[in-house]
Design a protein around this ligand. Structure first.
Ligand code: G4P
Length: 540
């Protein structure tokens, strides 16, 4: 039996060494490649290429059912864990491409920090910007990795200026690229003055790139770079030092400054210096706010009582197997397989049944987990997104916010007698977080409108309505691509909604949303209607 004191020491130690983060990026910036290289450098895989091959197989088919048949992949990639230099790293998957959805945003609520991955030719792109906003609202530290430096891109200084202007975050380069394009040789580490020069392997980055470390005045550097490139690098470094933006760990933790790293995930250049710095500066699990009988309180990860929340539910598409996997982020105490805990919302006990974690590409049963970890448990439909699970505590974490959708459609059933079934199906699927449901004022009462972040969710909705609720529904897409919850006098809201490019709907709690034809319309309405309050996340 472990003594109480040693149990506490274990908990403190397990929390201290955990790093739970997500990569935010636009499709094609290299997230799959970087993930794989982090696993390679973390020692979790020995040959890069397998995750990628599987992604390619998945990507090749736009048929959603095909993707579901390969469900193992998406489940596996919900969170990957590996050990590196004494750290336990939990890398949360933020679905991109066609499966970009609210799940992508919700995942960020489970992360303690984020890595913003940029393509060096494109800088900040649309999806990155949206994900960045969510990270900023949560005030989590954001690291930046500028990828693809093996190709000539936007000059690094200009790229950083663009990021600062676009996102309003200070950038502090920690590593700096040595040349670019085919002459990209490595990175200079401003914090140590060391130059990591890499050698391109002949195996397309499947294994670690051989690396040599030298100082800027090492004669080998001039030999390798030539005196012109060496002097240019020295000048750039001087310029950076003079320009300021020194690294500030406190500002990073407040989400005000982003340390920037350059590299190439494809050839592995710069991946290891990034990983080492990241682990040194990324925070371990932080306290989280919860409400209890005695008001709000901070739940500290090293509190011994277990607490966690559900941030994602993966439904099983096979109607013969209705169980689902609920992904729990552990917030405090020790998670123990098989334990019975309390679901604060329903007041009912929940058994932590058949818990699983994902190591590199293998799914493994787990017996215990610690704050920062993500565990998938089997659920027969009793859990919802945002549910708090506790053992011996009375509290509820702040709910997971709803994020404004970007695609909308009216839902219709040809048989009016099925309308009740439709309402039930929509209610359950919205509680699970698969879609959001709103209502317009139709001629025969409120008509349902579904809203999603990624259009693939529409296919999921139709499939699930048919297979789980026996409803063959039809979607009639609406021409809106942006929305905000809006607060103000109803007459004013109706006046704005009479404009050509807007529409007014209500959510289940009766809160109003304005739908806009596009982002431009939204911005102009927001700019004009100063008396209304617009929110991207559903107000409490
Ligand atoms: P994603 O998950 O963010 O969508 O991106 P992914 O890793 O799949 O990478 C997108 C494309 O960018 C891939 O090329 C990949 O090889 C390439 N890429 C990733 N990192 C780098 C890098 O550091 N340098 C260069 N030059 N390219 C990089 P693809 O042609 O679409 O796929 P593939 O044929 O290479 O698999």
């Amino acid at each position: 039996m472990q003594s109480l004191e040693s149990k506490k020491t274990t908990l403190v130690e397990e929390v201290r060494r955990r790093r739970t983060f997500a990569i935010i990026s636009h499709p094609d910036a290299g997230k799959t490649t970087l993930t794989e290289k982090l696993l390679l450098y973390g020692g979790a895989i020995h040959l890069a290429g397998s995750v990628k091959a599987r992604r390619a197989a998945r990507h090749a088919t736009s048929d959603w059912m095909e993707m579901e048949r390969e469900r193992g992949i998406s489940v596996t990639s919900s969170a990957l864990s590996f050990e590196y230099q004494g750290f336990r790293i939990n890398l949360l998957d933020t679905p991109g491409h066609q499966d970009f959805s609210e799940d992508t945003y919700r995942t960020l609520v489970a992360a303690d920090s984020a890595v913003m991955l940029l393509d060096n030719r494109k800088g900040v792109e649309e999806q990155t910007r949206k994900l960045f906003e969510v990270c900023r609202l949560r005030r989590i530290p954001i690291f930046t990795f500028v990828n693809k430096c093996d190709r000539i891109g936007v000059p690094p200084l200009q790229l950083l200026d663009d990021v600062e202007a676009d996102l309003g975050i200070r950038c502090s380069p920690v590593t700096w690229p040595v040349s670019d394009g085919t002459s990209f040789l490595g990175v200079f580490d401003r914090s140590t003055g060391a130059l990591s020069l890499f050698e391109k392997g002949s195996d397309h980055g499947q294994t670690r790139a051989p690396e040599e470390v030298a100082g800027l005045d090492d004669p080998r550097v001039e030999e390798l770079l030539g005196s012109v490139a060496r002097d240019r690098l020295a000048e750039e470094i001087e310029l950076l030092d003079a320009a300021g933006a020194p690294f500030d760990a406190e500002a990073l933790l407040r989400g005000e400054l982003s340390p920037v790293f350059f590299g190439s995930a494809l050839t592995n250049f710069g991946v290891e210096p990034f990983l080492d710095h990241f682990l040194g500066h990324a925070p371990p699990p932080a306290p989280r706010t919860a409400s209890g009988k005695a008001g709000d309180r901070e739940v500290v990860p090293t509190d011994e009582a277990f607490s966690g929340f559900v941030f994602k539910i993966q439904a099983n598409m096979d109607p013969k197997h209705r169980d689902r996997v609920a992904f729990i982020r552990v917030c405090s105490g020790r998670f123990e397989a098989g334990a019975s805990v309390l679901n604060t919302r329903s007041g009912k006990p929940v058994r932590l049944a058949r818990p699983q974690q994902f190591f590199a590409q293998e799914r493994e049963a787990v017996t215990s987990a610690w704050p920062g970890d993500v565990v998938g448990i089997h659920d027969r439909g009793s859990l919802r997104i945002g549910d708090t699970l506790v053992d011996g505590l009375e509290l509820e974490f702040e709910g997971i916010p709803s994020f404004s959708p970007e695609h909308f459609a009216r839902v219709q059933v040809p048989d009016p007698l099925r309308r009740k079934h439709l309402d039930k199906g929509l209610l359950q699927l919205s509680e699970e977080g698969a879609v959001q449901v709103f209502f317009t004022d139709g001629a025969t009462g409120p008509a349902p409108v579904v809203g999603v972040v990624g259009p693939l969710q529409f296919d999921v909705l139709l499939h699930r309505l048919e297979h789980e609720y026996g409803i063959v529904a039809r979607l009639e897409p609406m021409p809106f691509r942006d929305a905000r919850w809006v607060t103000g006098p109803e007459s004013e809201l109706r006046r704005v909604a009479r404009g050509h490019d807007c529409s007014l709907v209500r959510d289940r709690s009766g809160r109003h949303l304005l739908l806009f034809r596009n982002e431009w319309v939204r911005q102009s309405v927001e700019g004009r209607e100063k008396d209304l309050k617009f929110d991207r996340m559903a107000p409490a």
